[in-house]
Write a protein that binds this ligand. Structure first.
Ligand code: 4AD
Ligand code: MG
Length: 462
């Protein structure tokens, strides 16, 4: 398999050996005696050059069909190249055009298209340089994530997609039902979920955390990495309705251990991409976000900042900066505040801890002050929050109190409470938004351009 990719062929010397090149034509340039054809198969950023002489049998019929977007299978000899761009090129022996692409109709022209336009042709955008690079880096990062956890003794747990509990308590869940929507059973005006598929109300998960906690309190270190769903109507460059989240959960671990893991993990992923995706990263560095390689190198080698929410609020207030949302102790930090902290105050990633309990989820461990919880958000330049996590409340009564205070139904969380009744242990974890991390690594500005098929409010194509 690997032997046949253009990525592999490009590593070979032009010693006259026979190769088979299969891919899509990117460009063709005709000169007096020859045509230069660039073929790309997505295995790498780079295309291979095929040099077709006018004396090639059938040249006049074949050459006009060798156009941008057409798919070809070319047998040829790998020979030294005269051009400076590549060391070897293909001298064809046999050319098969597998699929034509009409130059008048093919939506991907040679010019640079806007990312907005490319979103409308999500079936063709993976053939562009940018999306090829994004998806190869996304793949490398997925692999690195599993490798990191595997190498560090974490067990991969597949937490459920369909759930009966709202982990974040933010009420942003999509319903899962097989009711006939034109004829929903009701009792006394209220929907009768006992007649629904599961016999109760069900939703798509917003986070695998609660289920991951169950496994952490048995297997010590676990993680889940899967799709999560939020019916958030935020039409921003950082929000998706379907996104992937990496969620480690660690027993016998406090908030400091949690922060250390988050920092170590992010740096590992950065290092992995820098070491393994050089071609794609060079592309991002020159075409998408100038200086990003140097920036990531710097971050991978330096310590993240750490600050409490209370101190962060004081920093923001004394900065004199005008914010759209004024800063007061107790507010949830907005993206503008997060960016200011990480870009202007720290100039590197920063972990903010100990947020007011009223703006955080019910499961976070209450501090002794009774006002703040052991939360930790990791903020990075250009994006703001990419990780949300905490030490978990492991005291039965305090947790029950929080569940009641927040108006949640304790019956829905009976099993979660029981984990605090039998062998409760300090434990912590966090959730990293995979797409936000990809944005951070590639410099891509819109989250819709780092996932193969974006799902957002009012958009569901492909
Ligand atoms: O801060 P959040 O809501 O934390 C949780 O869900 C915890 N249960 C995680 C845990 O402790 N195991 O979300 C975690 C991260 C955010 O920091 C952000 O990066 C990402 O998930 N995220 C989104 N990414 C894209 N689109 C959205 N709508 C997102 N909402 C959250
Ligand atoms: Mg959060």
């Amino acid at each position: 398999m690997k032997e046949k990719t253009i990525k592999h062929i490009l590593t070979l010397e032009g010693d006259g050996r026979e190769v088979l090149v299969e891919g899509w034509i990117r460009t063709r340039r005709d000169s007096k005696e020859v045509s230069f054809i660039a073929v790309n198969d997505g295995s790498t950023m780079n295309s291979i050059q095929v040099v077709l002489e006018r004396t090639f049998p059938g040249y006049d019929e074949i050459n006009p069909r060798l156009v941008n977007g057409a798919s070809v299978s070319i047998k040829g000899k790998l020979v030294p190249s005269l051009g400076k761009e590549q060391s070897a090129e293909v001298s064809p022996l046999e050319i098969k055009i597998l699929g034509d692409a009409s130059p008048e109709e093919y939506p991907l022209q040679k010019k640079r298209h806007s990312f907005e336009f490319l979103r409308e042709i999500a079936h063709l955008r993976p053939r562009t340089n940018t999306f090829g690079s994004v998806m190869r880096v996304r793949n490398a990062m997925s692999f690195a994530i599993h490798k990191y956890f595997n190498d560090n003794g974490f067990v991969y747990v597949h937490t459920p997609i369909i759930t009966g509990s709202d982990c974040e308590g933010a009420g942003e869940m999509f319903h899962v039902t097989n009711f006939d929507l034109n004829n929903i059973p009701r009792v006394e005006g209220k929907i009768d979920y006992t007649k629904d598929f599961f016999g109760k109300e069900a939703s798509l998960t917003v986070s695998g955390q609660l289920n991951a906690e169950i496994y952490a309190l048995a297997l010590k270190n676990v993680y889940t990495f899967g799709p999560t769903f939020r019916a958030e109507k935020s039409n921003t460059s950082r929000h998706l309705a379907e996104f992937w989240m990496i969620e480690p959960e660690m027993a016998f671990c406090d908030i400091t251990g949690n922060m250390d893991t988050a920092e170590h993990f992010i740096k590992y992923i950065l290092r992995y991409v820098l070491d393994n995706c050089a071609d794609d990263m060079n592309f991002f560095n020159s075409m998408i976000e100038k200086g990003i390689i140097e920036n990531l190198e710097h971050i991978a080698a330096s310590e993240f900042g750490r600050i409490t929410y209370t101190d962060a609020v004081n920093e923001l207030k004394k900065s004199g900066q005008k914010f759209e949302f004024p800063v007061e102790w107790g507010i949830d930090l907005q993206s503008e505040h997060e960016k200011f902290l990480t870009q202007e105050v720290y100039k590197k990633p920063v972990i903010v801890t100990d947020y007011p309990k009223d703006i955080k989820a019910f499961y976070m461990k209450l501090n002794d002050d009774g006002k703040t919880v052991r939360a930790m958000d990791v903020l990075v330049p250009r994006l703001g929050e990419i990780i949300g996590g905490s030490e978990r409340e492991n005291d039965y009564n305090k947790l029950l109190g929080r569940i009641n205070d927040m108006g949640l139904n304790e019956k829905d969380y009976w099993w979660y409470l029981e984990l605090r009744k039998y062998g409760s242990a300090p434990h912590s974890g966090f959730g990293l938004g995979f797409e936000r991390l990809i944005q951070f690594v590639t410099g891509m500005q819109n989250i819709r351009d780092v996932i193969p098929f974006p799902r957002c409010v009012d958009t569901l194509d492909f």
